[in-house]
Design a protein around this ligand. Structure first.
Ligand SMILES: [Zn+2]
Length: 353
């Protein structure tokens, strides 16, 4: 249905999804499904059509469907979805304690439902009020670890991120091997690759979840606001001199940074913890005293003025933290002078959740 609707969109260039629904309704209704599927297919098709890029004709490749809140019913773990008019399918969801904590929480609102080959996703929302932070913590994410420093003077290092990079590298080798061995039979190869892909994803995402959860729990406990680097135009791989250079590695690291920040951001939002994204420029080249640091061996840095040796990641996280503290040296940002988070944080900005 989505691909039919995309073809119709390409032919008629509708202005918005409602126009597409008008154009496609009759032909998509031919599938005999509940009308909501037509609306949902047009919505997905229109966004795919709108985001079409140089790769040519957009296409929805994996089987999935998406339904609005008013179309399905969820009663504890029993899910009722309509198929054709007045016909329903019932699914019993496989829910853990964690899932049940959402399903059975009457204060949460349920949102759209998505079903794919392997997953049922239900979105939940709630209204939160952001608290006024009593301190801040800065997070420096790099390819080996996430280093956190907070205004209470604590540093903490999460090394699971290094494992994530190793896992990703290992699975890349496995995938290359699978591709070689199953050259004769593409179908088996595809199944195996999908299986390893899922396994890799589970292992990596799980580790990142552990890191982001601990960061957010700490912030919640101490009422700290969270400050992270703005990764737009990421310069990390150039800044840290380790033996990379392959494009693959750069991409994989970007994924690890991005996923760590994404998880931290949404978990912070969920808990009402204020978070900011700041310009990372200079965070590992200057001492908090303002003077330039001199690089030593083993990722150590030395400030001649304070006669102090810093660990590179500690220093970066401390400087990132300082970006939101009013007395700190201002960090220049070119594009958001007006969008500060209010009184005490002129140099940083809220990330829209
Ligand atoms: Zn210094």
């Amino acid at each position: 249905m989505c691909n039919d609707a995309i073809r119709i969109a390409i032919k008629s260039d509708p202005k918005n999804r409602f126009a597409l629904i008008k154009l496609a309704y009759k032909s998509l209704k031919g599938y005999g499904l509940h009308s909501h599927y037509v609306l949902s297919a047009c919505e997905v098709a229109f966004s795919a059509y709108k985001n079409k890029n140089r790769k040519g004709v957009p296409q929805i490749r994996s089987a999935f469907f998406k339904l609005d809140r008013q179309v399905y019913q969820l009663n504890h773990l029993l899910l009722r979805i309509p198929t054709t008019p007045r016909q329903f399918i019932f699914l019993v969801l496989d829910g853990s304690k964690y899932h049940l904590s959402f399903v059975n929480d009457p204060t949460l609102k349920t949102g759209p439902l998505t079903i794919t080959e392997h997953h049922v996703s239900i979105s939940f929302s709630k209204g939160v009020t952001r608290f006024e932070p009593e301190g801040f913590m800065g997070i420096d994410v790099n390819e080996r670890n996430a280093t956190v420093s907070s205004t209470n003077g604590h540093f903490r290092r999460f090394t699971e991120l290094g494992e994530v990079v190793e896992i990703k590298e290992r699975y890349r080798e496995i995938r290359a091997k699978v591709a070689r061995v199953t050259r004769q039979d593409k179908r088996i190869g595809k199944g195996l690759l999908a299986k390893y892909g899922r396994r890799e994803r589970n292992r990596t995402v799980q580790r990142i979840h552990r890191v982001s959860k601990q960061i957010v729990d700490y912030a919640k406990e101490h009422k700290f606001g969270i400050i992270m680097e703005d990764l737009k135009g990421i310069r990390k791989h150039y800044r840290k001199g380790n033996k990379q250079g392959s494009q693959f590695k750069a991409r994989m690291n970007t994924w690890v940074f991005g996923e760590t920040q994404r998880q931290t951001d949404y978990k912070a939002n969920w808990e009402g913890i204020p978070d900011w994204f700041v310009d990372p420029r200079g965070t590992s080249s200057k001492c908090p005293c303002g003077s330039r640091v001199v690089p030593l061996q083993d990722r150590k840095l030395y400030c001649p003025k304070c006669d102090r040796t810093w660990d590179r990641d500690d220093l970066a996280s401390k400087n990132i933290m300082a970006c939101a503290v009013p007395q700190a040296r201002p960090f220049k940002r070119s594009d958001d002078g007006e969008r500060g988070a209010g009184g005490s944080n002129p140099q940083s900005r809220w990330r829209e959740g």
